[in-house]
Design a binder for this molecule. Sequence first.
Ligand code: NAP
Length: 325
Amino acid sequence: MRAALYKQLGSIENMVVEDLPSPTEKKGEVVVSVKAIGIAFPDVLLVQGKYQVKFDPPFSPGFEFSGIVKAVGEGVDAFKPGDAVMGRGYQCCREEVAVDAKQVWKIPASMNFGVAAGFGMNYGTTYHALKDRGQLKAGETLLVLGASGGVGIAAVELGKLMGAKVIACASTQDKLDTCKRVGADELINYETQDLRAEIKRITGGKGVDVCYDPVGDKFADPCVRSMAWGGRYLVIGFAAGEIPKIPLNLALLKGCALVGVFWGDFSRREPELAYRNTEELIRLIAMGKLKPYISATYPLEHTGQALADLLTRKVQGKVVVTTGR
Ligand SMILES: NC(=O)c1ccc[n+]([C@@H]2O[C@H](COP(=O)([O-])OP(=O)(O)OC[C@H]3O[C@@H](n4cnc5c(N)ncnc54)[C@H](OP(=O)(O)O)[C@@H]3O)[C@@H](O)[C@H]2O)c1
């Protein structure tokens, strides 16, 4: 089976595709013939050696996949060969993966393999962030940074579904148009407009109840200063590079909470809630209440290009790699 491999850390261009032996099913595992793999910013960080998780080269990127069950290991009753599934694991950018059956979900016939491979991380992170960590309530105001990106667009969609008024921030008109299409109520171009002044204008001086921040850097400070009394500032990531340093007196003055969100560890530490969250998301997508947006699909050979396009802010929504299987 073919695998997209990095033989050294650092440059995202230096990817090769090579043949590896097929994995065999161990106790409690499912072997899946992979159709599609979801690519996200953490893959870029992984290859650059900047992510929390590290592998010795050679390794494949890819934390999520969809495909058809090829074999099941001892003790696995929930799946059988031929089932259409999605799942999570490490090193998924390859034609076959062996993963823990507890990290696999059946997908409905109406869900295509691209969507199935690509929604888990972005919508899983965001559902956990807004529901479990942010306690977002209907009628509240939600500010989303990087709102046309992978987790950002999920926050716009889920925020609207949860009844919030959503203010989407992005760097270009084209990206803001995408946010509008998926339901954003208000738009701010945070590269050309004064972020703090715009939030003040839109909220009538009250500030935002929940801020969803996957971008960090220079945008974090004006957003913390724009929190409403009792607000929740959700720390998702630092796509713009710098990890911001926030003066803690702002949390005191605003009576607001700075809330960390770490979906990977949440899934490991609270597996039952994480599994239920994913089941709920699958239901919402099957019902047509969420429509994950895939802006680009790349063949396995061009996995490096998918990572490069993420790094250079060229993509919107989700990007997916397909194996051709
Ligand atoms: N906490 C968790 O559990 C968790 C889970 C998943 C992802 N994350 C993190 O969330 C962040 C976003 O991930 P993603 O997969 O949604 O990425 P993405 O699809 O690339 O979106 C990131 C967005 O950030 C904005 N951005 C601003 N400056 C940027 C820069 N210098 N380089 C790249 N993007 C920049 C871009 O929008 P504009 O061009 O409009 O500014 C882009 O749309 C990453 O830091 C990732 O590690 C965290």
